[in-house]
Design a protein around this ligand. Structure first.
Ligand code: PEP
Length: 252
């Protein structure tokens, strides 16, 4: 089986303005030589996707979205944006089921699954987020919670990407240990095997949660980690490029 191509994705969340897109050219200038073997993705806020795609047109940077409608076809859904529209605007990927959407908008596994299906139908790659809360980890329920999220949120399609993002590690400083990250990545792949059999080996599984320039190389060394989903540290080209350059594939 061919090696999985690393993916390092930046989630800008609801930060930045049009001027922030200037970071893209700085980012590419810093990583262009090293990133030939890595997919580098930026997911700006929805209104900036088209401008971001334009700004990235002569670079190898990929542009993605942070969410999409579960409806595959055009529909009377005020305020929603379909995966097809995101693709039309220049997105190649879309994050679905981020813990902030699960918590703030009550999104459950069934809805996340519909969004991932809509993304695939439109030709976008869904990055499906899963991860336990602090209380669930303390109760020894990581395998149960993450297993159910993977089985219920992820379509049986080898093009998907999974992001393991422990809720308690997002936006802070704490992260799981390297063996803990490796353990959850292995259990995610095991759960993918239930629906994908051998094709599960081709699915990329990212780690997300307080990845920064200081710990990126260590995180990338964890068994089964195919890249990262990065929040805060993706906003500035200097930080995000340092993360990318910390990947072993950037050194070869
Ligand atoms: C995220 O929100 O997906 C994330 C990983 O955030 P941070 O890197 O800021 O912890």
């Amino acid at each position: 089986m061919a090696a999985r191509r690393p993916l390092i994705a930046g989630n800008w969340k609801m930060f930045g303005r049009r001027a922030s897109l200037g970071e893209l050219s700085q980012l590419w200038a810093a990583v262009a030589d090293a990133a030939a073997g890595i997919d580098v993705l930026i997911c700006p806020p929805a209104p900036y996707i088209q401008n971001a795609a334009w700004a990235a047109r002569e670079t190898g940077l990929l542009i993605g979205a942070q969410d999409c409608s579960p409806a595959a076809d055009d529909a009377a859904r005020t305020g929603e944006v379909s995966a097809a529209m995101l693709k039309d605007a220049g997105a190649r990927y879309v994050i679905v089921g981020h813990s902030e959407r699960r918590a703030l908008h009550g999104e459950g596994n069934a809805l996340v699954r519909q969004k991932a299906d809509a993304a695939l139908a439109a030709g976008l790659t869904p990055i499906i987020c899963v991860g336990e809360t602090q209380a669930e980890r303390a109760a020894g329920r990581v395998a149960e919670i993450v297993g159910v999220q993977v089985r219920e949120s992820a379509p049986a399609d080898p093009r998907i990407v999974i992001a393991y993002e422990p809720v308690w590690a997002i936006g802070g400083t704490a992260t799981p240990t390297i063996p803990e990250i490796a353990e959850v990545h292995a259990l995610i792949r095991e759960n993918l095997r239930a629906s994908l059999s051998g094709e599960a080996n081709g699915v990329r599984i990212l780690y997300g949660g307080s990845v920064g320039p200081k710990n990126a190389a260590e995180v990338f060394s964890a068994e089964g980690v195919d890249g990262a989903l990065v929040g805060r540290a993706s906003l500035k080209a200097a930080d995000f490029s340092a993360i990318i350059l910390g990947h072993p594939a950037a050194r070869t």
